[in-house]
Design a protein around this ligand. Structure first.
Ligand code: CA
Length: 453
């Protein structure tokens, strides 16, 4: 009976808070809040209503980093639609990061030093930072993975000079092209924005499936987005692995075409994540759950396709991506002009934030952390014994338990809360399977790899 009453008052709270969030949006406008002198976007204070004392955040203030690509949408929408404020996080500051390297450096500093407490990450950056693999002086900075932000929304763009020459989804002529280039001492050059994480993995997977060894047959390097686009314009860069809106922009600006969407390489794949410094979470467990509730609500809002035109307007605004809105409109509906005559018009290929054909997008499956670590071993980024210790590392970093608590408190339907930390067997476009119960068998099944298994 008591539980019924409390559920009833919680529903009532949600309704009231929803109405207040609408008010907040009107106040804030749709194009983002004015940036402060540092260029950061500060939330307008919005009064939180009727948050039970047990769930009231320890602090309303937090600074979260993001990169201006569609993966950041749940953070930006939670801020702009008042979903953070609704759960008591009225002092969220979203801070645009110049690069993944700066995001890492700012996390090391923390918000008390002018840096950030957490935000958007490629994988397995939280694990690498936790283990001190990519930090200054290899200092271990424990982090927690708290939610997945998105699936899909990424792709591989190829310079226009290769149009019609078989650098396509299946790399029909890929091997021939790159070996001919290499023999002439003019090696095929491809870029991603940060080494040993998602964008690096996607292009490596695709190349290797097409018979190209990314470590031997081509030059694969880390280059900032803007510079890569400039290099593709002058034809000194051949390929670029990155997130929307960059690949689409390359097509619109007629610099190149898109050979492949990541949704084609691995349908419903894990992409970027929300993760925070462990000490911030340990100190502010209720505030962490309040952030998660705001993110979950934003993810559900984003998955309503009727909201996507508005989402495109907010994201493309001057304070966020600062791009023409139309660049986001079509990809958000699963419509991709690939730039080489191929057109994809399939909603299931669009970015999803809350749910996809496999179930929850937002829930951080431990089996996906394991794939990122396994792929790191495949390419020699991490030593083979990583797999022996993977479970312990994932159990420390992946806090799906906090996600579940937040989801339960937010009244998410039980059907939308996964009961297993594993999504089970994953299948890639070349037929290769990853069984999280046996990552070694996956490594053995791959023809092109750096590790000996
Ligand atoms: Ca990405």
């Amino acid at each position: 009976m008591n539980e019924l009453i409390s559920q009833f008052s919680r529903r009532k709270f949600l309704l009231t808070a929803g109405a207040s969030a609408v008010g907040a949006v009107v106040l804030n406008g749709c194009l983002g809040n004015p940036p402060d002198s540092s260029g950061n976007t500060q939330a307008q204070p919005v009064a939180a209503v009727n948050i039970s004392p047990e769930q009231a955040p320890e602090t309303p203030n937090v600074k979260l980093g993001y990169i201006p690509i569609v993966e950041a949408a749940p953070l930006i929408i939670a801020q702009e639609k008042g979903f953070f404020a609704k759960y008591g996080m009225s002092g969220v500051e979203l801070s645009k990061q110049a690069s993944w390297g700066s995001a890492r450096d700012n996390l090391e500093i923390g918000s008390q030093g002018g840096g950030i407490d957490g935000g958007q990450w490629q994988m397995p950056m939280p694990h690498l930072i936790t283990e001190g693999v990519i930090t200054k002086g290899n200092v271990k900075i424990p982090m927690y993975v708290l939610a997945q932000l998105i699936t899909h929304g990424n792709g591989i763009a190829i310079s226009n000079k290769w149009k019609g020459q078989g650098i396509d989804l299946k790399l029909t002529q890929g091997q021939a092209v790159v070996s001919q280039l290499k023999s002439k001492g003019n090696i095929f050059k491809a870029a991603y924005t940060f080494p040993n994480v998602n964008q690096d993995f996607w292009i490596r997977y695709w190349l290797a499936a097409g018979g190209i060894n990314p470590d031997q047959d081509i030059d694969l390097i880390s280059v900032p987005s803007a510079q890569t686009v400039a290099n593709m314009k002058t034809e000194t860069m051949d390929a670029f692995s990155t997130g929307d809106p960059w690949p689409y922009r390359i097509v619109k600006d007629k610099i190149g075409y898109m050979a492949v969407l990541t949704a084609e390489i691995w349908k419903n794949h894990p992409e970027e994540y929300f993760a925070m410094k462990a000490d911030w979470v340990d100190k502010n467990p209720k505030a962490t759950k309040a952030l998660l509730k705001g993110i979950m609500e934003a993810q559900q809002w984003l998955d309503n396709f009727a909201n996507r035109a508005e989402a495109a307007t907010i994201l493309s605004g001057r304070n966020y991506f600062n791009l023409p809105t139309e660049i986001l409109i079509n990809p958000f509906q699963g419509k991709y002009d690939m730039g080489d005559g191929r057109v994809i018009d399939d909603k299931s290929m669009a970015a999803y934030y809350w749910k996809d054909e496999r179930g929850s997008v937002s829930y951080p499956y431990k089996s996906h952390d394991l794939w990122f670590l396994t792929e790191s071993v495949r390419w020699g980024f991490l030593p083979p014994d990583t797999l022996t210790n993977a479970k312990a590392l994932i159990d420390r970093v992946n806090r799906e338990d906090i996600w579940k608590q937040a989801a339960t408190e937010a009244g998410i339907a039980a059907a939308d809360i996964p009961t297993s930390t594993s999504r089970g067997v994953e299948t890639f476009f070349d037929g290769v399977k990853f069984d999280p119960e046996n990552p070694t068998a996956y490594l053995q099944s791959l023809k092109i790899k750096k590790v000996n298994v």
